[in-house]
Structure formats: structure tokens, C-alpha cells
Design a protein around this ligand. Structure first.
Ligand code: FAD
Length: 395
């Protein structure tokens, strides 16, 4: 008698969203009698723990730890596998990598995330060794600098400023931000935004608001610049620096979806699956693609329109829903009742060094200082959680 074919689940993107889904899928597999085979497709050779990117910049020892290999994610005899490759096309029941390799699936989870300017994410580096070398070079340049300017006062700009000022208290660090508030995200209380400013100023970071600075040669694509630059503010003051970071811009590439069309259909406009402004995939509350022709294709994290603010927390909260719904479809078929994912709004831990930070919890804008921030994130920037997740083995 021929052995039954395993159910094939392909997850693309091996970072917070993809790996957290896999963690929950492995748990579901253990408690089910289904034969399931997971394939993780990831373009890089290791998982970047990007929460730790700025600590890695200022601390060489930490820098060696933020790239975590996939070798222990699945047990050797689990039947699951990791394929290094870049997704180029999604079809109804297979994906095609840039190499031309086709990988068939019964269920697909897209977790291809987003890109932020280096040194927070490293989209242009496929080899982790190259990203570590680039970080080491930036650290060497940073050590030589005296006056650092950071363009952008979102969470990235604030965390970068805090890490640099904490590690190198003798340097001047200035955030130049075009808006009226730091961390000015929808759904966050103004008390949190002003607490973030007060906190950074308390650390010795200068904060300049309502100023749009243009430094030649500095952009989201060339986000680190070494060399002197002068910013002249609206009221004629000057800010001198010898190293600058550009921290604005979260970009998403979901062009791989343009080849998708329902089975047996000749003409289909795949652009309807994507938010044309943000390029994120439009998904339902069940985490499936918005079009009902694709109940077996799920998406999670920064590559989706699920949350207004792209966070790892959103992945943590919605990954169980993805895994649960896939297993519901496997066991009960297309009419299965599926769960909705949800994410608490207004939750952010702004880490500004190993011992400091500001935390917003979704309790009417409650904000907490160093003690909570250190305990919840700042101490190791949740590297321990990532290491634990990456060692999950199928038994
Ligand atoms: C410095 C920094 C600190 C942060 N701190 C926090 C925090 O404290 N709390 C929080 O909640 N959020 C935080 N975030 C946001 C958080 O990191 C992201 O929301 C989270 O990483 C999103 O996870 P993701 O899996 O959706 O995408 P990503 O982390 O962007 O991962 C996508 C993965 O897919 C891979 N990939 C992309 N395209 C392809 C392709 N075509 N083929 C194959 N593989 C592909 C990438 O290589 C990557 O591994 C922080 C972000 C930064 C930059």
C-alpha cells in the first residue's frame, strides 16, 4: 500500500512572523495524527534578530549574537526542512524561487516582512557574515566620531540614539525629526510620546522637533554617512555632525504575488490583493489573503495590512491564529470555522540601552520607565526568546 503523501506547508520568511508560525505549527503537529511536512524558505543564511540591531552596532559581543542559524530549528529526522532562496512568484499550488526552483504546497504562509534602513535591517545582505562585517565597520566609524545626528524620531531613531548615547556618553547625539512628537504613531497616548522625549533628553540626547533636514548623500538607501555635515534650522541655528544616520522608511516588496491567479482562471488582476500605497498584502481577520479564491494562502507580519504599526508583537499575537486555522482547514475542510487574529493596540517598549527605556501598555496610555522596560525588553532585547524559538525541534 502506498504511504499517504504528507500535507505540505510552506512558510516564506524566517524571521519573527515565519518562525513564530512554525513554532505553533510544530505544536499542532505534535497533538494531531496528520502527516505534515513544513518547508521554510528564507533568502538569508541566518535569522536576523533585528530588535538587537542597535545594541549590535555599539557592542561587538552582542553583534556576534544577533544572527541566529536555522540549523537547530527542526530536528534532523523531523522531515521538515529549510531552503535558502528568494521567493519570486506565487502560484495557486506552488512557489517559484529566483533560482527557478519550484516548491509545491497545500498551504502557504507569506511572512516576507519589510525593510528598514541599515543598520536596523540588512536587506541587501544575503550572507550574515557580510552583515556582521558591515556592522563592525560602522561601529569602527562610530567610535571615531564625536557628533552624531540621527534623522527621524520614530521608534528606530529613538532606540538608536539611546543605544549610542548610553554606550558612548561623551559623544553628542542629536535626533532631528520633522514631526511635532517623537514616536508619533496612531493609537499611542500623547503622554507616552512626551515621556519618550523627556526620557531621551534625560539621557543627554538632544531632540530637535519640527525640522526637516536634508543631508546630501544621506537617504533610506544610503542610511549611514561618515563626514562632516551642517544642518541649519528654520530659526538659523546650526547643528554640526561628523556621522549621520537616516532611520526613516519602512518598505515592503510583495511583487511575488503578481503571478497569482485562481486555479482554472485565465484573467485575474493580482494587484487587488495588495494595498497599492504600502505594497502590503491585504488579508482577512482569519489571516488569509483577502480574495476568497485563496483560502489556503495565509500571510503574517510586516508584509500585511493587519496592523497599522508594523511590530513583532503583532506576529506574536497572530501566529497562533495562522497555525490554528491551517489545522482547522486540514481537519475539517474548506467549510471549517476559522478564528480571527487580534493584536492589542498601543503596546510599545522603547529600549534606549541595557538598563533604560519607556514602555507604553494598552491600559489607557499607561507608561512605565526603566525598571519595567529593562525587565520586559532592554536587558537582552528579547534575544533569549528568539534563541528559544530557533531551537524548537519536532519530536
Ligand atoms: C531596530 C528594530 C527594533 C524593533 N523592536 C521591536 C520591538 O521591540 N517590539 C516589536 O514588537 N517590534 C519591534 N520591531 C519591529 C519588528 O522587528 C518587526 O515588526 C518584525 O520583525 C516583523 O517580522 P516579520 O517576520 O513580519 O518580518 P521581517 O522581520 O522583516 O522578516 C522577513 C523575513 O523574510 C525574509 N524575506 C523577505 N523577502 C523574502 C523573499 N522574497 N524570499 C525569501 N525570504 C524573504 C527576510 O530575509 C526576513 O528574514 C523592531 C524593528 C526594528 C528595525
Amino acid at each position: 500500500m502506498a504511504a499517504t503523501e504528507p500535507i505540505k506547508i510552506v512558510v516564506v520568511g524566517g524571521s519573527h512572523g515565519g518562525v513564530t508560525v512554525i513554532k505553533h505549527l510544530l505544536t499542532s503537529i505534535q497533538s494531531s495524527n496528520k502527516k505534515v511536512e513544513i518547508t521554510l524558505v528564507e533568502k538569508r543564511d541566518a535569522r536576523h534578530h533585528n530588535y538587537g540591531a542597535y545594541r549590535a552596532l555599539v557592542n561587538a559581543e552582542f553583534g556576534d549574537k544577533v544572527w541566529v542559524p536555522y540549523t537547530t530549528l527542526f530536528g534532523a529526522k523531523s522531515g521538515h526542512k529549510v531552503v535558502q532562496g528568494s521567493l519570486a512568484h506565487v502560484h495557486h499550488h506552488d512557489i517559484v524561487l529566483e533560482s527557478g526552483t519550484s516548491i509545491p504546497f497545500d498551504y502557504l504562509v507569506l511572512a516576507t516582512g519589510s525593510t528598514n534602513p541599515t543598520p536596523s535591517k540588512f536587506d541587501n545582505f544575503l550572507a550574515s557574515a557580510d552583515a556582521v562585517a558591515a556592522t563592525n565597520q560602522t561601529r569602527a566609524d562610530l567610535i571615531k566620531s564625536k557628533n552624531v545626528v540621527i534623522i527621524g524620531g520614530g521608534a528606530c531613531g529613538c532606540e538608536l540614539a539611546g543605544e549610542i548615547k548610553t554606550a558612548f556618553p561623551d559623544k553628542t547625539v542629536t535626533i532631528v525629526h520633522s514631526g511635532a512628537n517623537l514616536v508619533d504613531y496612531e493609537g499611542f497616548a500623547s503622554s507616552f510620546k512626551s515621556a519618550a522625549k523627556k526620557h531621551l533628553e534625560g539621557l543627554g540626547v538632544a531632540v530637535v522637533l519640527n525640522e526637516r533636514a536634508n543631508i546630501e548623500g544621506l537617504s533610506s538607501k544610503n542610511s549611514i554617512r561618515v563626514g562632516s555635515a551642517t544642518i541649519t534650522t528654520k530659526d538659523g541655528k546650526t547643528i554640526e555632525s561628523d556621522m549621520q544616520f537616516f532611520t526613516i522608511g519602512n518598505q515592503v516588496d510583495t511583487s511575488y504575488i503578481s503571478s497569482l491567479k485562481p486555479e482554472g482562471v485565465e484573467e485575474f488582476d493580482a494587484s487587488t490583493l495588495v494595498d497599492q500605497e504600502r505594497h502590503v498584502l491585504k488579508i482577512r481577520k482569519t489571516m488569509q489573503l483577502s480574495n476568497e479564491a485563496f483560502p489556503h494562502i495565509f500571510a503574517i507580519g510586516d508584509c500585511t495590512d493587519f496592523s497599522k504599526v508594523a511590530t513583532g508583537v503583532a506576529c506574536t499575537y497572530t501566529a497562533p491564529t495562522v497555525a490554528k486555522n491551517i489545522f482547522q482547514l486540514i481537519s475539517s475542510g474548506p467549510k471549517a470555522k476559522l478564528a480571527n487574529g487580534s493584536v492589542p493596540g498601543g503596546l510599545m517598549i522603547l529600549s534606549t540601552g541595557p538598563n533604560t527605556g519607556v514602555t507604553a501598555l494598552p491600559l489607557f496610555g499607561s507608561k512605565f520607565g526603566n525598571f519595567f522596560s529593562k525587565a520586559l525588553k532592554s536587558k537582552d532585547l528579547l534575544l533569549g526568546t528568539t534563541l528559544t524559538d530557533m531551537k524548537v525541534a519536532s519530536k
